[in-house]
Design a protein around this ligand. Structure first.
Ligand SMILES: *Cc1c(COP(=O)(O)O)cnc(C)c1O
Length: 365
């Protein structure tokens, strides 16, 4: 059997008629960027998350960059960020000439709240929290620290659409919840798209201006903006998918549970779930000391897997100027050498998954 890590056309086929109707509606409307579909989507996604405002953007990276910028964080300022996150989270900081201060992750792959305080200096302005792999971070202590030190919280929710902590949705804890709708995300579009959600009217207004060349009224440019507009096609398609997000997330939870119940190889460490936290299993990530060998064996038997992520940002070539050496963040580096994401996608059949489980259980280092 051949199992890919991601199969995107199955979710399209599940709701094909609805997607096609939405696409045709946009094509026939004669209006293609920042229009009625975007307004509707913004309203519906704000409602879904329980926030007052949503501003649609071009990508998740833009949401991160623009959130940092709109908060006035820039040169010389420090932002705390977990060391094992995707590079985009860190780019959100460095694109504004601010300095990322890395903190190790805990056993659930999210920022270790116990290690945040020692990273705070008098230049710290914000904590960037990534709800990695779909699991909500440990928000109670993080919120407490942020309040005590007067720091903003920016949440990277690119992998956590709909995941809650203590019943409250990720993206609603900090001033800004940053979302990506890249096609592979749980709420994925059919191209690039992103958004921020917030309860702060002035912040929302600033992002809204910034995304369209810094203007509220055409050609009246109040701030130096960018072009990060959400287009009507993506917004219309996202509106369809949003109505199914709950069932899509539920399906992933069922698949994740089947992995957790089915994998009994003692060489494989299964992902844990924090008390009060929920995961929507953007990725199902196991750990294995002989990861390369396991990955190769699975590949030879037709099972594709991925590594999220093989090189942590502090060791990425682009961040050589930050001056970190191997050994700077041992927990992060150990994760980078041992994590493996198993195939998990909408429409994955139990037969496909059973084949993956069988291959994993049969593997010996
Ligand atoms: C995908 C992703 C992003 C970036 O989103 P884009 O829409 O690709 O720009 C940011 N952070 C995390 C954690 C992601 O997974």
């Amino acid at each position: 059997m051949q199992i890919k890590c991601n199969v995107l056309d199955r979710q399209f086929q599940m709701y094909q008629t609805e997607y096609e109707e939405a696409a045709l509606r946009v094509l026939r409307s004669g209006w293609y960027v920042l229009g009625n579909e975007v307004r509707q989507f913004e309203q519906e996604f704000a409602e879904f998350t329980g926030r007052k405002y949503c501003v649609g953007l071009n990508s998740g990276l833009d949401a991160l960059i623009m959130s940092v910028r709109a908060l006035g964080i820039g040169k010389g300022d420090e932002v705390i960020v977990q060391a094992n996150t995707y590079i985009a989270t860190v780019l959100g900081i460095t694109e504004n000439d601010a300095i990322p201060v890395f903190v190790e992750p805990d056993e659930y792959f999210n920022i270790d709240a116990d290690k945040i305080e020692q990273a705070i200096t008098d230049r710290t302005k914000a904590i960037m929290v990534t709800h990695l792999y779909g699991q909500a971070s440990n928000m109670t202590p993080i919120m407490e620290i942020a309040q005590r030190y007067h720091l903003e919280i920016i949440e990277d929710c690119a992998q956590s659409h709909g995941a809650c902590f203590g019943g409250r949705m990720t993206g609603t804890f900090g001033i800004s919840g940053c979302f990506s709708f890249y096609p592979t995300k749980n709420l994925g579009a059919f191209g690039d798209a992103g958004a921020i959600v917030t309860d702060d009217a002035a912040f929302a207004e600033k992002i809204r201006m910034m995304r369209n060349y810094g203007s509220k009224v055409k050609y009246h440019n109040e701030i130096e903006g960018v072009n990060s507009r959400l287009d009507e096609m993506q917004a219309a398609l996202l509106r369809v998918k949003l109505t199914h997000l709950q069932e899509l997330n539920d399906e992933r939870k069922v698949l994740a549970k089947r992995y957790s119940d089915g994998i009994i190889n003692p060489e494989i460490k299964l992902p844990g779930l924090r008390e009060k936290a929920e995961s929507i299993y953007h990725q199902y990530v196991v750990r294995c000391a002989e990861r390369e060998d396991l990955q190769r064996a699975l590949e030879q038997n037709g099972v594709q897997t991925q590594i999220h992520y093989p090189i942590p940002p502090h060791l990425a070539k682009c961040y050589a100027f930050l001056g970190y050496q191997r050994g700077a963040y041992p927990v992060t580096e150990a994760y980078a050498e041992s994590v493996l994401s198993l195939p998990l996608y909408t429409g994955m059949t139990f037969a496909e998954q059973d084949y993956v489980i069988e291959q994993i259980n049969a593997w010996k280092p």
